[in-house]
Design a protein around this ligand. Structure first.
Ligand code: DGT
Ligand code: CA
Ligand code: CA
Ligand code: ZN
Length: 573
């Protein structure tokens, strides 16, 4: 049996929910939630760490007791603490707990008084107007519950960053049209540039929160209001994306923004640090022993109050940012403007839409200095791949373009399929003539971990190979990464000098942030590529840069920030 970190994390998410339901210690609920987050995003296999007898308490938010529970899960495939609750509460109660307006007390009352133990039963009873008659419930609460159940159906659903982005930008522009709004910014996972977002968390600076809330719910793309209250307003947009509005007084801006940017685990650590000093931190400021706000009003001064360098939102995931901020060793994160070329794109020679010249013109118009044309190699699943005659024909087109453009260079490349046994779908004689070779897995995703790892390592051992393309093969929301030992691959890549790709297609973003940081710590280099199949997809580059920033990359870690001269030298080796 093999347990992934996210599978282990699920046990703790469940446990947190049960503890909440049982109305035991709320501190424990928080502790289990944080443990789940840390486990799910930890870059090394926790299962393997347990087998190797490593001490898990070195992970943040993992204490002695939680570490024992992890060991139990790995060793036995179960968690006895959970079993106890499972016997006591039907599973449906956990789903009910997530409905706004229903805390653990009310969920238990509904269960004990009416026997409601599923969302469907809850919906029916609400529709029959039975719930409003219970003591402590009301007509208003009943309709809120009903709305919540309806919303819940599409929950668990996360939006790709790229799908949320146009709504986020449009909403910010709308809010900024109000004279009551001094500043509007989307915080939360969106600001941390995560590849998917659960909802949008909008922070608005204003001295008239009531008016702003009214203006907010009048937004034309808002199709429903979930809560409109003193402290909180939540709406749902036409595409089912939910938006929370938080208003802040100008003096609280930094603290409010930090609080709602998260991540939760990151802000929890800040609260712990405050406690150690006898301070208190919340969305309104940092208050010292005398109750004086020492936060200074901006995020910069907020971190400074703790003696920390400013931590960029993308780094606020508990992956060592506090230590680095204290020691002044935070990375100087890469920016989109550092990118000087794009190393992975397709033309109509394989499965792209545009010609070589069209791709080059578009890249040149973006201000790039060079591109690599990297059409697919010929391979059965892809009938339109490059054959040696097509390669020579493309060479001629590239040479002609380069001759007529002195300010721009097309390099000759290819994305070569890695065959099942790790050999490449193109003869070395052709590879030798290319400036750059990417190798990628496009089939046989189901090999076991050992075979898949061996296959990829064999492929990158070919001396003509420069880059491993979309290294884990994931498609967000559709296909998870194939089973593979990435650390072994990173070690081999280091030995062979293979560059790791961050494929910037919004559904790939592969390598992801977590692996990117691991690979960087091992000294590997990266390329951030659009993998464009048409000219307008060259714009995907920015999503790759976001992922790279979440992976702590600096300009110097990424080879397509190099000048053409430096890049050519690097590729020759
Ligand atoms: P998401 O929406 O699932 O992609 O992830 P986030 O990080 O945007 O999380 P969300 O929307 O639940 O909350 C936004 C931020 O607000 C979160 O990163 C931290 C803060 N926040 C919200 N509720 C709480 C809370 O109960 N405790 C703490 N410490 N922070 C909270
Ligand atoms: Ca959010
Ligand atoms: Ca939220
Ligand atoms: Zn590919």
């Amino acid at each position: 049996m093999s347990l992934s970190n996210s599978e282990i994390a699920k046990y703790f998410e469940k446990l947190a929910q049960y503890v909440e339901l049982a109305e035991e210690n709320p501190f424990k609920v928080r502790a289990y939630e944080n443990a789940a987050h840390i486990i799910a995003t930890y870059p090394h296999s926790i299962e393997e760490m347990v087998h190797a007898g490593e001490n898990l308490t070195k992970l943040p938010h993992i204490g002695e007791k939680i570490s024992k529970k992890i060991e139990e899960i790995v060793m036995t495939g179960r968690m006895s603490a959970l079993e106890k609750y499972k016997k006591k509460f039907p599973k449906g109660l956990l789903e009910m707990l997530a409905i706004p307006g229903l805390g653990s007390k009310r969920v238990r009352e509904l269960y004990e008084m009416l026997g409601i133990d599923t969302l469907d039963a809850l919906r029916e009873t609400a529709q029959q107007h039975i719930i409003r008659k219970l003591p402590g419930f009301s007509k208003k609460l009943e309709s809120r519950i009903l709305e919540g159940v309806m919303m819940r159906k599409q929950e668990g659903r996360r939006f790709l960053y790229v799908d949320a982005e146009p709504y986020a930008e449009d909403l910010v522009a709308y809010m900024e049209c109000s004279t009551e709004v001094k500043k509007a910014i989307i915080a939360g996972s969106y600001r941390r540039q995560k590849e998917t977002v659960g909802d949008l968390d909008m922070v608005v600076v204003t001295t008239s929160p009531k008016e702003v809330s009214k203006y907010f719910v009048a937004y034309e793309k808002c199709k429903g209001i979930i809560v409109q209250g003193e402290s909180r307003t939540t709406v749902v947009l036409e595409n089912d994306l939910q938006v929370d509005l938080k208003t802040a007084r100008p003096s609280d801006y930094g603290s409010t923004l930090d609080y709602f940017t998260g991540s939760r685990a990151h802000t929890l650590t800040l609260r712990k640090m405050a406690k150690e000093r006898g301070w208190k931190v919340n969305e309104y400021g940092i208050f010292d022993k005398n109750g004086v706000d020492v936060s200074g009003g901006t995020e910069n001064s907020f971190y400074k109050a703790f003696g920390l360098d400013y931590i960029e939102p993308e780094l606020r995931e508990m992956r060592g940012e506090f230590e680095a901020a204290k020691n002044h060793t935070l990375p100087k994160l890469i920016k989109l403007k550092h990118i000087r070329g794009d190393l992975h794109m397709h033309t109509h020679y394989s499965d792209g839409i545009n010609s070589v010249a069209e791709m080059a013109d578009a890249a040149r118009a973006k201000g790039y200095e060079y591109i690599v044309i990297s059409d697919h190699s010929y391979h059965i699943p892809l009938l339109h791949g490059m054959t040696p005659p097509k390669v020579y024909q493309q060479f001629e087109e590239i040479d002609a373009y380069n001759k007529s453009h002195s300010d721009f260079t097309i390099l000759k490349g290819m994305e070569v399929d890695i065959l099942e046994d790790g050999s490449l779908a193109m003869e070395d004689e052709i590879l030798r003539q290319l400036d750059m070779v990417i190798v990628s897995v496009h089939d046989h995703f189901n090999l076991n971990k050992k075979a898949q790892t061996k296959r990829i390592i064999k492929a990158i051992s070919n001396p003509y190979v420069h880059i491993l393309g979309h290294p884990t093969g994931r498609l967000i929301g559709k296909r998870s990464a194939y089973e593979v030992d990435m650390e072994k691959i990173f070690d081999a890549a280091y030995e062979y000098g293979t560059v790791m790709e961050i494929d910037a297609q919004p559904k790939r973003l592969d390598l992801n942030d977590i692996y990117t940081k691991v690979a960087r710590d091992k000294g590997l280099k990266f390329s951030i590529d659009s993998d464009a199949h048409r000219t307008n997809c060259l714009d995907f580059m920015k999503y790759g840069v976001y992922q790279a920033r979440r992976g702590w990359l600096e300009k110097s870690d990424v080879i397509n920030t190099y000048s053409l001269k430096k890049l050519k030298k690097f590729l020759k080796r």
